[in-house]
Write a protein that binds this ligand. Sequence first.
Ligand SMILES: Cc1ncc(COP(=O)(O)O)c(C=O)c1O
Length: 415
Amino acid sequence: MQSFINEVDFFKGNDPRDLLEQYGSPLYVYNEDIIRGNLRRLEGLITKYPYTTNYSMKANSNLSLLKIALEEGLNCDAMSEGEIRLLQKAGYPNDRIFYVPNNVSEEELSFAVENNIMTSLDSIDQLELYGKINRGGRCAVRLNPGVGAGHHDKVITAGKNTKFAITDDQLDELFLVADKYDLKIAGINQHIGSLFMDPAPFLQAVTNLLEMAKRFDKLDFIDFGGGYGVPYHKVSEDERSFDFDSFEKEFEKLLDKFVSEAGYTPLFKTEPGRYAFCEGGVLLGSVNAVKYNAGRKFAGTDIGMNILARPTLYGSWHDIEVIRDGKVVLDNRENITVTGNICESGDIIANDRELPLIKTGDIVCVLDAGAYGYAMASNYNCRLRPAEVLIESQGNVRVIRRRDTFEDLFRNFEV
Ligand SMILES: Cc1ncc(COP(=O)(O)O)c(C=O)c1O
């Protein structure tokens, strides 16, 4: 693919330069059609059995996007009281929120109990705490199926090297604590990690979790977590999308086996975050300076690591397109390092990357920025977080979060 934004008509006739002039640079831009298409794909993943998709809102917690996920029929999972409150604000009823916290206070767990929100406990200790708060209640537990996967060590959340979940050898203790507080374990869940394109580890984890499920009394639901990958190299390497069709077939075979062996059909769930919004979001920024240091060429943009943390945090790759005079530039390729405006040497979006020749005044468009983009943005270096706009089906542009102001930055100081 030469250009993703051309291929999908990402801006629907809007000139990126006009968008930056109107809403400020940098700017997160979302395309509603792409988002709805991806949400529908997720929602229809398993058709043979009772199934729901819980969107994992940590990936993108914009209120308007949460409302779109609700309209498309998704439920959500939340990691914190703040996320629960935001989902409630977006209109999610409490029975469509699944709370999957780790290491939280009694106060935070009590908030979920008072709101009647199904909660999954991530350790025996937290199960004990939950039992004290809600004796006789219904809850879930997060299990470690022994297999992890993900694009970076930091996002692998199962297997031997992780802080998350309860392992196989702790199940006896888990049952004792549940008995002690008369808790009904209504569901189990797992999340093995974030971003896999090869479904093999996920399917292995499904197999393992379903084996562990047999040790529980009849469960209302089994949740297999998220992690479906997005092709971040779609322009640079023609990387293909995650193959949901063959994945669904393999997945259903495992569910068939469980249903016939266990003799009942629980509600099955998954909880993807990234896949829902990633490709439907791009990040536009301005090239403020071009320079050479020790023979290396740098393009200095206003997309700092505070705006998009993934490249600095994980060394993640995002394809970049260059826009000049309203058109995607495709020729005159050369090696260049694209950086932000933060006072850190690690503030790099693309390191020594072959890209079309970049000039001062160009616009860079960072692809696949809709997940773990704004959600991880900060005010580091006292920089303002950008606005977010949504391009609706007919091409109208709607602001779905305004840009920070300097008043926002100073609001919490006490002197
Ligand atoms: C418990 C849990 N569920 C779901 C997700 C969503 O993962 P992804 O965005 O990779 O689909 C995460 C992300 O880390 C998670 O921690």
